[in-house]
Each structure stands twice: as structure tokens, then as C-alpha cells.
Design a protein around this ligand. Structure first.
Ligand code: GLY
Length: 363
């Protein structure tokens, strides 16, 4: 198997600045104190999320409130079919959501998996962290907990997502009893993703099945760090399938002494390699966020031994993206395949950056 990594491109930011204490102004010896330029990084579909997170941090808000408020914008957006309300459903047509949060300063973590009917699973994950002694609630139990905390249960399946699901179901087999749109004469409109979905929806398992997610991490001027990951997971998944997003250490990891990382893309590959935890541990050794993300992606390449998941050169046929910040406010993002982007907000300015990568996509 080829492990060619001939197209590694580096994208990184450096965010530490030295601040001089008031004593310097009074002529006393300067007491130098490291301040961090506030930063938020997210998957490409989080361009508004990083802006919101930075705004909240600039106003003195907590980093977890900041990132959760940021991803809530995407969770409640019916046009984003990868997250929350409007997310693509499972095999049975049910929208099942996964999310996790980690709060660096208090070492807190909360998560929900296979949660139905709540538009903002990240807020439920936060409630698990704040109001229970548990870390992860799933399925019916997670929904009951959300109801008890005052969340409203709603139908999350939008007409757009429902139509994509029935078209997929009709095309599953030519020997079942569902007519394809061509056979029934009801051609379902072609689906064009708006640009703002960015790479999240390109990160499919097989190039066909949508696999979107949003991860958002932030560091404040004092070096406090939080992160959140939220998703409707792999479209048409087996009911009950849980991806990496709600698994602490897989789709998200935060250590307030080091940094934060989150992921999008094929969750199974991230779970098997403890992806986000690996990135944070690599940063602990002194690696930059970008280099740590690339190294953790190489582990995924090594772990991908199934022929069905490899291309003709033995490389993964799917994509995974990591997004990371460290305690100094340095940031980066990387993917297995070229062409991915991520969102970053530094000092109040948001933009998309190209992710570093292991392999160049041809064509
Ligand atoms: N990374 C999202 C999922 O696999 O569900």
C-alpha cells in the first residue's frame, strides 16, 4: 500500500502575543504576562459559528457558551442537511442526532447520541454536563432528559430531507416495491448544495452518501479552551448507529492545559484511532496544531486495511478532517484529501482557509 504524502501543504496560524502589565507604565520592572489572541476554528460550514464565538469571547463570555452558541446557528438552519433541524435521516427516515461538548476550565464533558426530536443537541449535551453526573445519554433516555430540562420535541425531518430520503430508498434496489422517480414519473428535483455547506458534505464515506457535521473550538485571551461537535451523522445510517461526534476523545477532545480538536468525516475511522484525543496528545509533545492533525490522519491511513475502504493505490477512499487550536492560540486544520477548507476567526475576523492534507485529489 502506498503511503505517499507528497502533497502536504501547511496552513497554520500563530496567536500568542506578549502583554505588558500596568506596572510597566508606572516605571516599575515590567511583569510580562502571556495573553492569547482569541481564536475560534470550525469546519467549513461554521463560518458564522466562529464569528459568533469570537464575538461572545470578545464580550467576556465563556468559551463553551461561545462555541455552542456558534453551532446553534447551524443546528437550527433547515438548509444545512448535515446538522440538527433539516439533517438527513437514517434508514427508517428518523433524524437521529449526536453531539458532545467539553469545557476546558472545569474539565467538564457532556454528550448525547441517537437523540431524536431536539433541534439543538449541543445544548442538551451541555445540560448533561451541567446538570448530571453522567457524560453520555443516548436515544430515548436522552430525549426524556431533554424534555425534563425544558427542551421541546419537534419534527426535525424537513420536506427537503424527506424527499432525498425517499429518493435514496427508491434507488436502493430494482427488485423491491418502491418505484424510482423515473418509473413513477415523479422526478425529484436535483439537489445542489449551497456553497456555504463547504466541505462538510463532501466528506462522504463513498463519495455518494452525505456525511456532514460541525465542530467548533475556541480559546480565549486567558488561554481557556472549549469545543463542541454536533451532527445528524451519516445519511441513511442503520438506526442506532453512533458516529464519532458524541464520543469524547474521538469527535472532540479538550485539555485546557494543551488545546482542543474536533473532527468531521467518516466517524468510524476517527473512533478507531481515538482521533481528537490523539491530536491533543500530539500537541502536548510540542507539535503545531496542523502537524498534529496530519499525524493523526496518518494513523487513520494505517488503520484503513479493508479493501472496500481503499482506492487502487491503497489510500482511504473517504475523507476525515481535523480542526485544532492550542493554548497559545495557534490553530490549524487538516484532511486526508486535498480540497477541504475550514473556518477560522482570529481577533474578530472570520475567513475560510485551505486545510493541510496528505493526498492530492486528482481532477
Ligand atoms: N463524523 C460524523 C459521523 O461520522 O457521524
Amino acid at each position: 500500500m502506498s503511503t505517499r504524502r507528497d502533497f502536504i501543504k501547511t496552513t497554520a496560524g500563530v496567536g500568542t502575543m506578549a502583554a505588558v502589565g500596568p506596572s510597566a507604565l508606572l516605571g516599575a520592572p515590567a511583569v510580562r504576562r502571556q495573553m492569547v489572541t482569541p481564536v475560534s476554528v470550525a469546519s467549513s460550514n461554521g463560518i458564522e459559528s466562529v464569528a459568533r464565538a469570537c464575538e461572545i469571547i470578545a464580550g467576556g463570555g465563556d468559551t463553551l457558551d461561545a462555541v455552542v452558541s456558534g453551532v446553534n446557528l447551524v443546528e437550527i438552519d433547515p438548509n444545512d442537511t448535515s446538522v440538527g433541524y433539516g439533517g438527513l435521516p437514517n434508514l427508517d427516515g428518523a433524524v437521529q442526532l449526536d453531539s458532545s461538548v467539553m469545557h476546558g476550565p472545569t474539565r467538564g464533558a457532556g454528550a448525547v447520541a441517537a437523540l431524536e426530536g431536539i433541534k439543538t443537541p449541543s445544548k442538551v449535551a451541555m445540560a448533561v454536563m451541567q446538570y448530571t453526573d453522567h457524560v453520555l445519554l443516548v436515544g430515548e433516555g436522552a430525549q426524556k432528559f431533554a424534555l425534563s430540562m425544558g427542551f421541546e420535541v419537534e419534527d426535525l425531518l424537513t420536506e427537503r430531507a424527506r424527499r432525498r430520503w425517499i429518493e435514496w430508498r427508491a434507488r436502493m434496489s430494482d427488485t423491491d416495491d418502491y418505484l424510482t422517480p423515473e418509473e413513477s414519473g415523479e422526478r425529484i428535483e436535483g439537489f445542489t448544495e449551497p456553497d456555504s455547506y463547504g466541505d462538510a458534505l463532501l466528506d462522504s464515506h463513498d463519495g455518494v452518501r452525505p456525511q456532514g457535521t460541525i465542530n467548533c473550538n475556541a480559546v480565549d485571551p486567558a488561554g481557556n479552551i472549549s469545543g463542541v461537535t454536533t451532527t445528524s451523522g451519516l445519511a441513511w445510517k442503520i438506526p442506532g448507529r453512533v458516529g464519532d461526534s458524541p464520543i469524547v476523545g474521538a469527535g472532540l477532545y479538550v485539555d485546557n492545559d494543551v488545546g482542543a480538536c474536533g473532527s468531521t468525516g467518516r466517524g468510524e475511522a476517527v473512533i478507531k484511532t481515538c482521533g481528537s484525543h490523539s491530536v491533543v496528545e500530539l500537541m502536548r509533545t510540542g507539535m503545531s496544531p496542523t502537524d498534529a492533525c496530519l499525524e493523526a490522519l496518518r494513523r487513520i491511513v494505517t488503520f484503513t486495511v479493508e479493501p472496500r475502504l481503499r482506492d487502487e493505490q491503497g489510500r482511504p477512499s473517504f475523507n476525515v478532517n481535523y480542526y485544532a487550536v492550542n493554548k497559545n492560540g495557534d490553530w490549524g486544520g487538516a484532511a486526508i484529501w486535498s480540497g477541504a477548507r475550514f473556518a477560522v476567526c482570529v481577533d474578530g475576523e472570520s475567513r475560510r482557509e485551505d486545510s493541510a492534507y496528505l493526498f492530492e485529489r486528482q481532477g
